[in-house]
Ligand binder design. Structure first.
Ligand SMILES: [Mg+2]
Length: 240
């Protein structure tokens, strides 16, 4: 079913925990003065993750062993393996799309055997020589708000002619999901879409997602499944 594409957020979606949040909390990053200041600016709506990430993730330089210890404690959301197996069987490509850190995402997807077709994430990682790379995925010159421009990724899948099923939970998913055809939402994203009057399927585990996908996959594939969004985007997003 190459007409479909499944896009899932990582932190708090594919994983039960928000791994980035766990790292910031456990390693004392949140209370660093520069991070406190950047977080306050974020809460006031002055900056997005594009400006917050270099400050916060910048604090993880030289701390690979500490990061490894924290990510030992996290695990996928129930039903993740079954969802991946279902997509594999039907030939639906899976993209993990994250505004987090490449290092822990690659490590955890390998550890748990959740290998997608594509991982799109901020290139923040410990290199083999022990050096630390701090980068952002966003190459959208018209908008530098998010570290990872999820909206652009979903727009590109749409341009390839695919119908996009998006699964997410957080603020970083608001823009990406606004270009998707169907959204499965929990947490902040679910509340946001509800108040915006946009349709979304609620979920807590991926068994909930499969309960919708499995009996209706033909309708998803031909575009007739109910709950389809206009895929018109979000007025906040800018593109050239
Ligand atoms: Mg998330």
């Amino acid at each position: 079913m190459q007409s479909l594409a499944l896009v899932t957020d990582f932190d708090g979606t594919l994983m039960e925990q928000d791994v980035g949040d766990e790292l910031m909390e456990a390693l004392g990053v949140r209370s660093h003065p520069a991070v406190l200041a950047a977080s306050a600016r974020g809460r006031r709506g002055e900056i997005g993750s594009y400006d917050w990430i270099p400050v916060s993730y910048g604090q993880l330089a030289g701390r690979q062993r500490d990061v490894d210890a924290v990510i030992e404690r996290v695990h996928p959301r129930a039903g993740a393996a079954e969802l991946f197996a279902f997509c594999r069987e039907l030939g639906i490509p899976i993209t993990i799309l994250s505004d987090g850190m490449e290092y822990y995402i690659r490590k955890l997807t390998t550890k748990f055997g959740l290998e997608p077709d594509n991982i799109i994430v901020n290139p923040i990682r410990y290199e083999a020589d022990g050096s630390y790379r701090l980068g952002l995925q966003n190459d959208n010159e018209a908008c530098r708000w998010c570290g990872c421009c999820k909206a652009k990724v979903v727009r590109e899948l749409k341009r390839e002619g695919r119908r996009v099923i998006y699964i997410g939970d957080g603020t970083s998913d608001v823009y990406g999901s606004s270009f998707a055809d169907w959204t499965f939402a929990r947490g902040y994203l679910a509340d946001h879409l509800r108040s915006a009057g946009a349709p979304a399927f609620p979920f807590e585990t991926f068994h909930d997602v499969l309960d919708v996908l499995q009996p209706h996959i033909a309708a998803f594939a031909d575009g007739t499944m109910h709950g389809r969004r206009a895929a018109a985007g979000d007025p906040f997003c800018k593109f050239q």
